[in-house]
Write a new protein. Structure first.
Length: 566
């Protein structure tokens, strides 16, 4: 008896009364909820027992048999039995995610995760199970957005009807699926991804990525634009609207929960890809990278409004943080084309402009002196708490701004030989020919940013110019000292500052007044940065040692010190 058939029999025995099509439309009573939770608990415990036995006896090559030896009730032929059983397993568990009970949905999600672990341990067609689960997510999104799914129209022409088995089994019972159902499936996928990272099984990971990549390709993301644009148009920037939107967030409104779960999954996917690359696993440049890159502008729009109008009170700061984390991870893993760099630079202006222009020199909150959970935090006002979060997001936004700008002006940038340096009065716009203007975009972005943070007289006063450059550099460094991991990423980034040749730096001051590279060379001089860094540490070698032995900063700190020494 196959593993899929055993699972199918087990789930049938305990859950059939609650997973039939007619059961899904009946309102859930307290008695039914209790019965379903008990049945799910029994299923989970039995699957956990099977998995532990497999782990225990796998070295001996023994086959672990289940007491459930009866034939699967799906009455399949031997050739297609496994796929029919897997389709029925996924259908019977996913349908529970549509129930109006957070406890049932939570336990059903756990059951799906344990089924995945069991199939992975027993080598029982785990890839087909993950594929079916992703097809379910497609169907749930299609039903939530009221459009015909790709699965129902394209796979009918395929000689392999496995997914159609699932479609016939689950689609009628997902008619009432909403975005909270989709969020439940996404959470399950993220939990599966977590234990794949623990097991470090690159073969399973690649199959997982292939299935998720296929799912992302089939979703009609344009229909989500309509949903979130409707929300944005209906929410005006008034106190009553803010309060209403915050109540929705606190109540886990389906659209908000969907966005939060999906952002977590995308961040986990990109983080996992980074982990595998660090382990020298050859899955670099998986197509899912490009899918996620293309989704970034959409998520910014869905989460933060059309022009970033929901930047503070009425949009969770969590979204801003997670979106910046996603962009940081993507930009550190893959070489983004100039057109994407320019586009993302514009996205930073649109959604994080107030953070980019926010003064770098600000008094830090008194919370910085308190441990998390300290009773002293009770005296910290909400305003101070928001300021602390704002500083964290400001660091992320500025880090990305510097990274994108440097990438555009770097000699490694695409078609760099065709580009020439510009002055701020060149009138360059995003509609210019990107093949030759990427370098110009980076220079112009940096110049405007310098102008926003430095007084105009800084560029005119010869005597105070270099003194003010040091003051700015010191403030810039202090901004990042409060986050060690980001500090060394920024310091390493600044080591790549393109400098003017020595003879240019000695020319007439007025001639280089508008030369962005000249200001860049003086504001982020690596020698000055290194000495200011040591000064901020009070030349305490013990602090440097702490950085070096830290699992979070050790590698980047060592790299920075070695490159400075070189």
């Amino acid at each position: 008896m196959s593993d899929a058939s055993r699972l199918c029999s087990l789930i049938d025995e305990y859950l059939r009364p609650y997973t039939e099509p007619q059961a899904a439309v009946v309102s859930l009573t307290k008695e039914n909820e209790k019965a379903i939770l008990i049945a799910l608990s029994k299923v989970v415990k039995e699957i956990q027992l099977w998995t532990r036995k497999i782990d225990r006896f796998s070295d001996d090559g023994k086959k672990v048999e289940s007491p459930y030896s009866s034939a699967c009730s799906c009455s399949c032929s031997a050739h297609s039995e496994n796929d029919h059983c897997l389709a029925k397993i996924v259908a019977n568990l996913v349908v529970l995610l549509t129930f109006d009970s957070q406890y049932v949905r939570h336990l059903a999600g756990n059951a799906i995760s344990f089924v995945s672990k069991f199939l992975a341990a027993s080598e029982g067609e785990w890839d087909r199970f993950i594929h079916f689960l992703c097809v379910c997510m497609e169907l749930a999104i299609a039903n939530a957005l009221s459009y015909p799914s790709v699965t129902s129209t394209t796979e009918a022409e395929d000689s392999n009807h496995d997914s159609l088995n699932l479609y016939a089994a689950v689609n009628p019972r997902l008619k009432k699926a909403d975005l909270s159902t989709v969020a439940g499936i996404i959470q399950v996928l993220r939990n599966i991804l977590k234990y794949l990272k623990q097991d470090a099984d690159d073969h399973l990971l690649e199959m997982f990525l292939d299935s998720v990549d296929s799912c992302l390709s089939n979703v009609r993301w344009d229909l989500l634009d309509e949903i979130y644009e409707g929300r944005n148009r209906g929410t005006q920037k008034s106190s009553s609207a803010d309060a209403s939107y915050l109540r929705n967030i606190n109540g886990l409104e389906p659209r908000v929960m969907f966005l939060g779960m999906f952002l977590q999954l995308l961040c986990s996917l990109v983080d996992q890809l980074d982990f595998m690359e660090a382990a020298s696993v050859s899955i670099d440049k998986h197509p899912i990278h490009l899918k996620i890159v293309n989704l970034v502008p959409k998520f910014l729009h869905w989460c933060l409004g059309k022009q970033g109008e929901y930047a503070d009170a009425c949009i969770p700061r969590y979204f801003r943080h997670k979106l910046l984390v996603l962009m940081i991870r993507l930009s550190s893993q893959i070489h983004l084309k100039c057109s994407i760099l320019v586009s993302w630079l514009q996205l930073l202006y649109t959604y994080f402009q107030e953070l980019l222009w926010q003064p770098i020199t600000q008094p830090e909150s008194c919370q910085d002196q308190c441990l998390e959970g300290s009773p002293f935090l009770l005296s910290v006002s909400d305003v101070e708490m928001r300021a602390l979060h704002s500083r964290h997001i400001q660091r992320q936004a500025i880090f990305l701004f510097i990274k994108y700008s440097f990438s555009l002006i770097s000699p490694k940038a695409d078609n760099d030989k065709q580009c020439e340096c510009i002055t701020p009065n060149s009138g360059l716009t995003l509609t210019s020919d990107l093949d030759c203007c990427c370098r110009k975009e980076g220079l112009l972005a940096l110049y405007k940013w310098f102008q926003g943070h430095l007084l105009a007289e800084t560029f005119l006063d010869h005597e105070l110019y270099f003194e003010r450059c040091i003051t700015f550099t010191s403030s810039f460094l202090q901004l990042f000292l409060h986050e060690d991991d980001m500090l060394f990423k920024m310091l390493l980034q600044l080591l790549g500052v393109p400098f003017l040749p020595e003879q240019q730096g000695k020319g007439n001051f007025q001639d280089v007044e508008e030369d962005t590279l000249f200001h860049l060379s003086n504001l982020f001089n690596p020698i000055h940065l290194f000495h200011l860094f040591l000064l901020e540490l009070h030349y305490d070698h013990q602090v440097l040692l702490d950085y070096l032995i830290s699992k979070d900063t050790g590698i980047s700190c060592a790299e920075y010190l070695l490159r400075c020494d070189a």
